[in-house]
Design a protein around this ligand. Structure first.
Ligand SMILES: Cc1cc2nc3c(=O)[nH]c(=O)nc-3n(C[C@H](O)[C@H](O)[C@H](O)COP(=O)(O)OP(=O)(O)OC[C@H]3O[C@@H](n4cnc5c(N)ncnc54)[C@H](O)[C@@H]3O)c2cc1C
Length: 289
């Protein structure tokens, strides 16, 4: 398996990337970590004329805490994000989800922005971006536009990124100190691909559940604080409404059942995490008095 011939350009400056994307449009492909693109090229499912490799562009390697969140440049690998020392404190959901992405070798090359650009329906990072109300900065020679996760993912492997644009950064808001998070996934053993994944965030007055279960784009559901039986009813509604294309009726029923049990467990875990955080906070306040 070899890719069709292409011209390779190593990008050293973001302006160069914008200029070449304007020049070549859909004939060009951005190469980040290559973990999804290279297999696609090797299978000749895509035949770009020019490959624009941004992985060594220093200006795109920034991982910067901002006042409200975390700014992650296009060339920042998933491993770098996971090893950021304040991740578990500032964005606990991402810290819980990232270990589910592939394996350490994949994460050491694969970028967070590359996974968002690829928008695979079984990928964990688009699900997290949607759950966290993250945003994406798209850059081209026409300028920059900032787009919410809810508007970015259009269909399976289809995003709002235009042919002359690239993802320059992802913005992940910091989670509030009074929130708890949980991430649960059941994956196919051989491929590691998620069958169902649930990202849950529990705040003092609301619950959020983002579900990945074979649908084209991440689905986010918000609830008030409900008793367990009512939450189960809500999850039954989600499970029944999924448009699945499983190989058999048994697979289909199994996946719907997974949505209910993983979703409920994730919401319960997130609420326990929230309560633990609140208890620790109360102890610290008591200690300070
Ligand atoms: C064995 C294996 C297991 C995997 N397991 C998982 C898993 O469990 N969960 C999961 O989510 N993923 C998994 N992946 C995919 C992996 O996470 C990839 O790293 C990720 O999907 C793409 O990131 P990348 O940096 O490698 O992008 P690339 O492969 O370089 O690019 C992917 C696509 O995005 C485009 N692109 C990349 N960066 C940009 C940008 N900044 N702007 C615009 N377009 C861009 C490329 O043109 C291409 O179309 C796995 C991959 C492999 C090979």
């Amino acid at each position: 398996m070899k890719p069709a011939p292409f011209e390779y350009v190593r990008i050293d400056h973001p302006d160069e990337l914008s200029a070449l994307l304007t020049e070549h449009g859909p004939e060009a492909a951005v190469l980040a970590g290559g973990q999804s693109l290279m297999p696609i090229l090797n299978l000749r499912l895509r035949r770009p004329r020019v490959l624009l490799d941004l992985s060594r562009c220093r200006a795109l390697h920034d991982l910067t805490p901002t006042s409200g969140g975390l700014q992650i440049g296009a060339a920042v690998t998933q491993a770098t994000v996971l090893s950021w020392p304040r991740l578990a404190h500032q964005v606990p959901l991402l810290a819980l989800a990232l270990p589910h992405v592939g394996n350490p070798q994949i994460r050491s090359r694969g970028t967070l922005c590359g996974s968002l650009a690829h928008a695979h329906p079984q990928a964990e990072l688009p699900l997290c971006l949607a759950a966290l109300d993250g945003e994406i900065v798209l850059r081209s020679q026409r300028g920059e536009r900032r787009i919410a996760a809810a508007d970015f993912f259009i269909a399976a492997q289809k995003t709002a990124c235009r042919p002359d644009e690239y993802i320059a950064q992802a913005h992940i808001p910091c989670q509030s100190i009074d929130e708890g998070s949980a991430f649960l996934e059941v994956a196919v053993r051989v491929t590691g691909q998620a069958q169902v994944a649930c990202a849950a965030i529990a705040g003092p007055h609301r619950l959020r559940l983002a579900v990945l279960a074979g649908q084209a784009t991440p689905q986010v559901h918000d609830y008030p604080l409900l008793p367990e039986a009512d939450l189960r009813d809500q999850l039954d509604i989600i499970a029944r409404s999924l448009a699945l294309s499983c190989a058999s009726a048994d697979d289909d029923a199994y996946r719907r059942q997974l949505v209910v049990s993983l979703g409920l467990n994730a919401l319960k875990q997130a609420q326990r995490a929230r309560d633990r955080r609140a208890a620790v906070d109360a102890q610290i306040m008591e200690h300070r008095r």
